[in-house]
Design a protein around this ligand. Structure first.
Ligand SMILES: Cc1cc2nc3c(=O)[nH]c(=O)nc-3n(C[C@H](O)[C@H](O)[C@H](O)COP(=O)(O)OP(=O)(O)OC[C@H]3O[C@@H](n4cnc5c(N)ncnc54)[C@H](O)[C@@H]3O)c2cc1C
Length: 462
């Protein structure tokens, strides 16, 4: 990535999370390392063993799909690991990001088959659907689960593993926003120090980064200036909620979506179903694919070939070739083609955005493209995805610089056991592990591939 592309990745505010100042959210019980946590959703106070000043053998940073998948697998292999494990996340509950994103886009079915989920029982979701008479929520041809079925199954799996929502007093899940991660090599058995935004700290022997890609929302260079000029109207998809458009009374106006992946397609479908006129603008022809990477990347042959490539730049290029610019699933594409409310503009670029008549009560935009001009535009949504770059995670800046962690196009060169060379016992799962786990690493299935690599090391820390 060149420097202009780097600078184009502007900082996008994240899904608003419900972090509160220390005084409000954490009330120390004198003498004991305990805290009263108020969960944002339930507003129920929960007593949780707090982490401050503890020495924790294994810490997972990130309670998303990857963090909880690894924890559930580890707890299943060794139930006693609960005493040695902490999952920390800035959100009050596990899987908050996942739930917010799917709900905000109006996503009804997963893209991946039912066998990919957060536990190691391949048939877990299918059996759950059968037990609860919900097999109609498994879509053909690969039994893709509905988002609600997936969520309900996850809820049950979290509860079985002691990670229930909201967390209870025996939970291994902690709301803790990591502001700094330090590695004091040679500082005894617990060389990692984690410091929160509330300046609380604890130590750990081994840390797994399962931090997703949210800090890396990608805004194409030409849109950076327009986003600054029209901050309420030019938004990255991660800032947008489908239902908020209804409240603005914008029906009948034009909404422009830029992008060619499933997020673009799902948003276009959801908005058109709510009565909005949508223009979908893509730089290339739209592609229809069921999966977002070729399934061979879950098999041993492709992964062995990938591992035999010693040039990490080439590995990065292989990932780009296999994930590409995104594609749309056949069912969503069919829906888009069949609705008169969606106009698709392939091989089109936006070359200017300006305001329309200043006298209008609500500001409308004029979007000039290589295929003509769109007027009366109320929103431009950039469904332009994420470009992972470890430097974008502020809590790691000092660590990366101090220990000179080598990066290839923003990705760390992990060892085969997913260790972040040269830091001992710091591991990664998710997109962060792409240069080892391959194109599937950021997906749900990538968590199971990562756990296979991490398992032995984790067991050695128990
Ligand atoms: C709408 C949508 C649909 C998708 N559908 C599918 C699908 O059908 N199949 C599939 O395989 N994949 C799908 N994906 C891709 C992928 O599986 C998900 O993005 C998945 O959520 C990635 O999990 P993760 O744990 O890596 O990241 P996340 O879910 O983003 O979790 C990362 C967590 O780390 C936490 N965190 C980060 N930094 C800190 C910090 N400093 N301190 C504390 N906490 C921190 C965040 O709060 C977050 O909770 C989808 C993605 C999206 C956006």
């Amino acid at each position: 990535m060149n420097s202009s592309q780097q600078s184009a990745i502007s900082s996008v505010p994240q899904v608003p999370h419900t972090r509160k100042p220390a005084a409000q959210s954490i009330e120390k019980i004198s003498g004991e390392s305990k805290a009263l946590l108020l969960t944002a959703d339930s507003r129920q106070p929960i007593v949780n063993n707090y982490l401050a000043h503890r020495n924790v053998p294994i810490t997972i940073i990130g309670g998303g799909i990857h963090g909880v998948s690894i924890a559930i697998r580890l707890l299943r292999d060794v139930p006693a690991a609960a005493k040695s494990l902490a999952i920390v996340d800035r959100h009050p509950q596990p899987l908050t990001q996942w739930r917010c994103k799917t709900e905000r886009q109006g996503m009804k079915f997963l893209r991946s088959p039912a066998v990919h989920h957060i536990t190691s029982d391949a048939l877990g979701i299918v059996e759950y659907a059968e037990r609860h008479n919900r097999t109609n929520e498994l879509a053909p041809p690969y039994s893709q689960p509905s988002t609600q079925l997936f969520w309900d199954f996850c809820n049950g799996a979290l509860a079985e593993s002691g990670l229930q929502i909201p967390p209870t007093k025996n939970s291994v899940y902690y709301q803790f926003d990591v502001a700094k991660l330090r590695w004091d090599k040679g500082a005894g058995r617990f060389p990692f120090r984690l410091i929160s935004t509330n300046s609380e700290g604890f130590r750990s022997r081994c840390v797994i980064l399962a931090i997703g890609t949210d800090d890396c929302a990608y805004v194409p260079p030409e849109f950076v200036q327009w986003r600054h000029q029209y901050p309420d109207q030019v938004l990255h998809a991660s800032e947008f909620t489908v239902g908020c458009e209804d409240k603005r009374g914008d029906k009948g106006n034009q909404i422009v979506i830029v992008g060619s992946g499933l997020t673009a397609g799902t948003l276009a479908k959801s908005l058109s179903e709510r009565g909005h006129n949508v223009a979908l603008i893509a730089r290339k022809q739209l592609k229809t694919e069921q999966f977002d990477f070729p399934p061979v990347w879950l098999g041993p042959k492709a992964l062995a070939e990938f591992a035999s490539e010693t040039d990490f730049q080439r590995r990065y290029e292989t990932i780009q070739q296999n994930r590409g610019e995104g594609s749309i699933t056949p069912d969503i594409m069919e829906a888009l083609l069949n609705t008169p409310k969606v106009d698709i503009y392939p091989e089109t670029r936006v070359h200017n955005i300006a305001t329309m008549d200043e006298c209008l009560p609500v500001q409308r935009l004029r979007v000039e493209t290589t295929h003509g001009v769109m007027t009366n535009v109320s929103r431009i949504i950039l469904a332009t995805g994420y470009r992972f770059n470890l430097r974008r995670y502020g809590f790691l800046t000092e660590l990366l610089t101090h220990h000179q962690v080598p990066l290839v196009c923003g990705h760390p060169r992990l060892d085969a056991d997913l260790q972040l060379h040269p830091i001992e016992n710091l591991f990664g799962s998710g997109t962060i592990a792409q240069l080892q786990v391959g194109p599937a690493s950021g997906n749900i299935a990538g968590a199971s591939l990562a756990y296979e690599r991490l398992r032995e090391k984790l067991l050695s820390h128990l």
